[in-house]
Structures are given as C-alpha cells and as structure tokens.
Design a protein around this ligand. Sequence first.
Ligand code: SF4
Length: 649
Amino acid sequence: MLNESLKTVVADRILPCVQTPAQYVGGEWNAVVKDHRGLRGTLCLAFPDAYSIGMSCHAVQVLYDLMNRREGWACERAFAPMEDMERLLRENGLPLWSLETFTPLACFDVLGFTLQYDLCYSNVLTMLDLGGMPLLAEDRTMDHPLVVAGGPGTANPEPMSRFIDLFVLGDGEQSLPEVCELWVELKSRMRATAGLRMGATAGLPSSASLGNATNTAGQTGSGTQDIEQSGSGTRDIGQASSGVQPEREAILAEMAARLPYVYVPRFYRPEYGADGRATVPRPIRGELPALITPAVVEDLAEFPPPAAPVVPFVECVQDRIAVEIMRGCPGGCRFCQSTTLKRPLRFRSIDSIVQSAVEQYRNTGYNEISLLSLSSSDYPDFDVLVRRLHEIFRPLHVGVSLPSLRINEQLRVVGEVLNTDRHSGLTLAPEAARDDMRRRIGKPITNEDLYAGCRRAFENGFSRVKLYFMCGLPGESESDLEGIIEMAETISQLGKEVRGRLADVTAAVSNFVPKPQTPFQWHAMQRRDYFRWAHDFLFQRKKMRSVRLQCHKIEASLLEGAICRGDRRMGEAIELAWRGGARFDAWSEKIQPELWWRAIAESDIDVEKILHLPYPGDAALPWDHIGIRQGRAYLERACRAADQLAADN
Ligand code: SF4
C-alpha cells in the first residue's frame, strides 16, 4: 500500500528539481506492489549505487522475484539517490523511500544491501542515514530493521562491519529467506515474552515522527504538513531509541548460532599482531564458529530464474533479458575472487534456460538475451543451447549475447554464434601478454591461440578487438609490459593482413589488486610510483595509431585495494570519508581520492601495511574467519605454485 503523503510531497516538491526523476518513482513494468497489512514481513533490497546500475544487477532481480513470490512477504527496492536528490531530501527533511510503496527504509523489517564492489561503501552510509537508520549497528534498537549485507563484499566484511548487523555469506536464494523469517519470528517471540513496546505491525518504528511521515502497514500518515514537522531532517526518523539494545543483541546471537552462513561482527573480536597488522577476528561466544561457511544452493533447479523481471523506465547499463546458465567457474585464475566465492560449479538445464528466456521475452519485450555465467564455455552442450535459442529467437530478431566465453572457445565459435554482433567487436581478456606470466596467474591460453583466433575473427568480418590486461601482477617485468603493446599492435597488423586495413585495437589495462580469498591474497599491491612508471612506459612504447591504450585510474585502484584488504579500523575511515562528502566512488568522475586518503590517515591506518607489504604464507589474515568452499589450504597451494613458476623462470 502506498504512502500517499510522502509520494505527494515528493511529486510536488522534489521530482521537478532532479535529473532523471523516473528513477525515483517505481511503477515499472512487472514491479510488485503489495499491501503491507497482514504480511509476515517486509524486506527492502538496497543497492548502494544509482538506479541505472542497480537495476542491471542480476542478484537484485533474482532476490526481488524470490521474496515477492514468498507468501506473507513484500520485497521492495531502493537505490542510492544522486547528489541532487540527496540534497533535496536533506533540505526538506524527507526520508529515502522504497520505490514500490514510498515506505521509508527505516520502516521495513529487513534492509538488505548487496555489496557488489568496494567503492560503493560510502553510498551504503548515505542510504542508511537518509533512510532514517543509525549508521552504527551498535546504536540500533528493536525499533530498527535488521541490516544485512551479502555479495562479493563479504569476502572481507571487516571494513563494513560497524555498519552492518549481519553478513550473509554465499548464495542468497536459500539464506536470505531464512534470515528474514528467523528475524521476524524471533522478534515477535521476543515482543511477546518481553512485552516490548512495538508498533502495531512488524517493523514499524514507534517514533512519532516516523508515524507521521509514513503510511506503512495501515498507519495513516497525516500528510505533507506532518512530514514538514519532522523538522530536524531524516535522521529523526526511526532513531527514537526505546532502549532495547539487549533484546536486539540476543536475537542476533541466536541467529548467528543457528545459521552457519551468518556473520555477526559484534560477536567477533578483532585481533592485532605485534606489528600492528590485524589478524583473524575470534568469536567471543563459545557457541559461535571460528570459521563461517558460505550458504550453497546445491541444485539451481530449486530456484528457477525470474520469469518477469522489472523493466526500468529509464535507460540502464543492461537493458536486456538475462538468464543465468551456470554458477561457478572451474577456472583457477589466481587473481580471481569470483571463482573462489562462487564454488561449486552448477548448471541449469537447457530446457529451463530456454523456458526462462521465452517467459522473460514475453513478459518484457526486450530484443536481446544475455546468457550469464562466469565461464560459459564450460557449460555442457553449450552449442546445443545456443542453437536452440537461435532457432527460437532469430525469427523474432532477438539477439543472443554470450559474455564470458573462454578465449579459445570464443574464437572457435566466432563465425557461428557470434555472427549477430560483429559491429561491437571482439572482447578478449588475456590478462597478461606473455605465456609464462599467464601460466603463473593460472590462465591457460597461449599467444599462438590468441593470434590464430583473432585472424579467424577478422576473416569472419570483425574489425575491432578489445583486450583486457592487468599491470602490477606479482613478478611483473618490463618485458610483460612491452608484451601488452606488442600483442595489441600485432593483432592490429593481423587485421591489415586479413582485411586490408589495420584493425582497431583497444588495450584496457587495469591495476592489479591482490583481493582477499584469492591465491594472490598474500602478495602486496604495487605502489603508486610503480603504476605511474608502468603506465608511462606503456604509452611511450605504443607506436600505432590504430591501437588505443586505456589505463585505469591509479588512485581508484589503490583505494579499492586499501578498502578491500582493510580490517575493522577501515570502518572509521569509510565514515570519515562519507562525512567529508565521498559519494559514488566507483564513478571515475566523482571519486575524490584525496578526501579518502585524508580520512584513512586520520583513522591511523597504515596503508603501507595493509596494501604494500606482503604477508608471510602462514600469516592469519583479517578475513580468515570467512570460509570458502575449497578452504584456505587450496589458496596456499595455488599461491605456492605461482611462486614456484616465477622462481623457475
Ligand atoms: S575464467 Fe574468469 S571467472 Fe573463471 S577463474 Fe578465470 S577470471 Fe575467474
């Protein structure tokens, strides 16, 4: 049910003054709007970036569909407001709302963040604050929603641990509903036994200001005037403490004990070595595990893909049908966090994929289908799947795009299945330009295969190639950097041999970050000076105008490294940076690195120790309490294997 009073104020006062107002009003095709009255619980999925990015996140669509199909639950969405909207919300004392019912975030039972990348963390704070939530988990009472977070950010949850009540590790399909159900069950049991003074409906904060500003769950708001009277801004909303912190603590403790994939930071004490570096946090309650294990959906068929995803009104990063065909990757690239976080390897059946694509096509009208996976080449009967999709969708003029094919496979099928998309060029990720470096990083392809494949691509009509590389990899030498330019220029030249004119080649070079939960996690990240030198070196070596070189911003990479490898102390820096104005840090035009470095320094964090000093192989790491399917022993073996290859060279 709609919070009409808030919607009216927003429509009258706010929307005419912001860019792309359609991103804030919901009402999209296939959006689900439920009356909150009589429901068991409400969940708001909060994506800490702009609507156009969040709506392209497959996990949001999957969890939204899953929770809305669940009887007794309403699942809604919220995204980070752009700066113009944030300013107006603060000026007008309005809360951030969910798109479906204009419900302030503080009025939900559960607020679920997806942490897809490290540079979105400041936006989490914006959403909490504007949503009417205390920033710090320890300041929340039973009147506030449970704040959970999942996604790749859980690989090292410590930097965000002061803001999040509970992290959910692994696959969300099974774990999120269990977490939501248990929270409302324990909360109502607690309320019944302890006689807590709660709102008439689950999750409704009891503060007077909130009651006036919202219309959730049958509580009738008294309109614009009341919203204005909340006066001191959105922070009033939901922040009235009823002093029930111990009850919240007790429920969180029970959840942590009952759900093996749940990490509640307040029950783990951070520990530090004699050198000041953080080691692994330890549980402070005997019943809690030292190692938290991720949730795994063993059979994907239990959770069919969404049949009717929400279709945005505004242009998004991905405007197409997305069907997950498999989860996990058998690859062992030693820099790759996805392969360790997404294990084991699981497949959807061809029939279920085709059925999902057909249903989504009927329910959305999109004219492109994207098959999602980390490594589509490893899908059994991949050719059969693609042929079946083409049989159905070619006559409808619906294209099928196949991202994440292994290079060899991509090049093998270049003339067959990729022929719908020649104009956008061929995208390959060799990551390193020399075979020996590629063996070290665990990417088993050769330059010979690559060149042969590009030749075939040019013969099949392609004229553009984009290549992704990394610089700063462990053991990198000048010849590895030289190789990047050499490979890009050789491929451009191949285009001339085959097609009579130089091919346009883009070499996109990112700066290697040794991510937690990867075999390279013990390695150091290169320093600023090295990256500056390496980028200059690459630009000096490049001779051909047909080759374009794009080097990723050094400061953004360093910051990403510092945050993702940070320990619990990083939370203070995140808050300081946010208070200083950090917003949308993943956007290259918005990130303010100097502001971040100042916040990190003021928090007494030694970036040198976090980022630029390697760890000994037997060191306990600040994220070692977070388990992965293969175990730490696998990472150690893979790291040693890479180091051995480097030593043998
Ligand atoms: S193939 Fe891709 S997803 Fe798989 S391990 Fe390598 S980089 Fe990761």
